[in-house]
Design a protein around this ligand. Structure first.
Ligand SMILES: Nc1ncnc2c1ncn2[C@@H]1O[C@H](COP(=O)(O)OP(=O)(O)OP(=O)(O)O)[C@@H](O)[C@H]1O
Ligand SMILES: [Mg+2]
Length: 179
């Protein structure tokens, strides 16, 4: 549905009523509001009703305001969803980077990223720790002990570590500058 109209015609008000109806009728609704007014109006409107008297309703509503530094929600891209495999998840993340940088094929980047992500996911870490997996061999080796996948061990021990130092630095830098 598109709601169009000149300013002051009631677009926001209509949306506010529809969102309110979805909320009080227990339907799922997500509001992405770059201006913030509609979100605030909807919340105040809900506040004038008995909606928040019910504790379970408080838990249903998730309000994320990116400008609030004191309540910033964390999202770990590396967190596995139910029934999702490590390799599948690592490949999905690589796909996002490839799309973002418009890379059709990037075998070295993919190799480095895939194996580093496999280490991070198995260790339940975040993408913030990725540079330290790639550049800090003692950190990498201690994390590798938590990874059972033999192909990941093989990549780092038999390929990555055996690349000539200069080559390794160039490949690492060209991977890290995309993150
Ligand atoms: N159905 C309605 N009956 C009476 N007043 C209304 C109705 N819908 C909206 N209004 C009032 O009209 C004014 C403008 O409404 P609203 O803010 O929803 O417009 P808008 O189309 O979103 O405008 P803008 O493009 O500037 O954001 C508000 O004061 C609102 O309370
Ligand atoms: Mg409006």
């Amino acid at each position: 549905m598109h709601v169009v109209g000149t300013t002051g015609k009631g677009k926001s008000k209509l949306l506010e009523h529809m969102i309110f109806q979805d909320i009080v009728n227990n339907r799922g609704v997500a509001l992405v509001d770059p201006h913030g007014n509609l979100a605030d109006d909807t919340l105040s409107y809900l506040g004038t009703t008995s909606y928040f008297n019910d504790q379970s309703n408080l838990k249903r509503l998730v309000y994320i305001n990116p400008s609030r530094r004191d309540y910033s929600p964390g999202i770990n891209l590396l967190e596995l969803q139910e029934n999702e495999g490590l390799a599948e998840h690592a490949n999905d993340i690589i796909e996002v980077f490839k799309r973002n940088w418009r890379m059709d094929t990037a075998p070295i980047f993919e190799d480095i990223m895939f194996n580093a992500l496999m280490v991070l996911i198995a260790s339940k870490l975040t993408i913030l720790e990725l540079p330290r997996v790639i550049t800090d061999s003692s950190n990498r080796n201690s994390l590798l002990s938590k990874t059972k996948d033999p192909s990941v061990h093989h990549f780092f021990a038999e390929r990555f570590e055996k690349w000539p130092k200069r080559e390794q630095t160039i490949r690492v830098e060209s991977s890290l500058n995309k993150i």
